[in-house]
Design a protein around this ligand. Structure first.
Ligand code: G3P
Ligand code: MG
Length: 231
């Protein structure tokens, strides 16, 4: 039986299935598809701005080469991230979105904790955004610990592929809002365990109707997809 609770549709790197990942075109697409949340990956570039880029290097997603950490924003902005799109800064994505949907910021690069906490606090202070619009996730749980110390109001989500034995303790220790787990490692029992402990459960990254259907049957709270309109 499918559970009837509303599942949060999370657009992966925007709507990666429809537009170049982590670009403004991709986030526009996710907004058009009326996702509740879209996900993006952040890292710092050489000139100190937070840029939205999944990999350490620009090779896979642009026509350039090198590590983002070694390139200035001006250098990164010269690259084609697909269909003429540019690598955006986190601030540019937030300007585009203007509180219209939630944003799941995944910390990929080093030293992203402070600037991300700062951007969230400034966005909320400006009035369009609330803390409820933001969710900060990472596979690096130490980064999340830093975020928790910097600002107790920020919602936090530890990411894992496989579920470690002490994952509930980790989530409790971080005072996490949700736990994000690779879809193939979720089952009825562990989804219920997390939910009973008070955590929302998000599954990533599900694209086919059968995968999405299975996760709905498990009663997860959120599904991350390259094709969020399929959820
Ligand atoms: O948040 C889910 C997903 O984005 C985590 O993996 O590699 O796509 O950033 P990755
Ligand atoms: Mg990600």
């Amino acid at each position: 039986m499918e559970k009837s609770h509303k599942i949060l549709r999370v657009g992966h790197r925007g709507a990666k299935g429809y537009a170049p990942e982590n670009t403004l075109a991709s986030f526009r697409k996710a907004l058009e598809q009326r996702v509740e949340i879209f996900e993006l990956d952040v890292r710092l570039c050489r000139s100190g701005e937070l840029v939205v880029l999944h990999d350490d290097t620009v090779e896979r997603t642009t026509d350039g080469s090198g590590a983002a950490a070694d390139l200035t924003l001006a250098q990164l902005k010269k690259l084609d991230a697909g269909h003429g799109e540019k690598i955006p800064t986190l601030e540019e994505v937030l300007e585009l979105t203007a509180g219209k949907c939630g944003v799941n910021i995944e910390l990929k690069g080093e030293a992203t904790e402070k600037p991300v906490a700062g951007i969230i606090a400034r966005s909320v202070a400006e009035g369009v955004w609330t803390y409820g619009h933001f969710l900060v996730s990472s596979f690096d749980h130490e980064k999340l610990r830093q975020i928790r110390e910097l600002d107790p109001r920020i919602r936090i989500a530890p990411l894992v592929v496989e579920i470690p034995k002490d994952f509930l303790d980790i989530a409790r220790g971080l005072r996490a809002w949700s736990v994000h787990v690779a879809k193939e490692n979720l089952n009825q029992e562990n989804v219920q365990d997390f939910q009973r402990a008070g955590f929302k459960v998000f599954a990533y990254t599900a694209n086919s109707a059968s995968e999405i259907g299975r996760l709905k049957t498990l009663g997860v709270d959120g599904i991350v997809s390259d094709y969020p309109d399929r959820i």
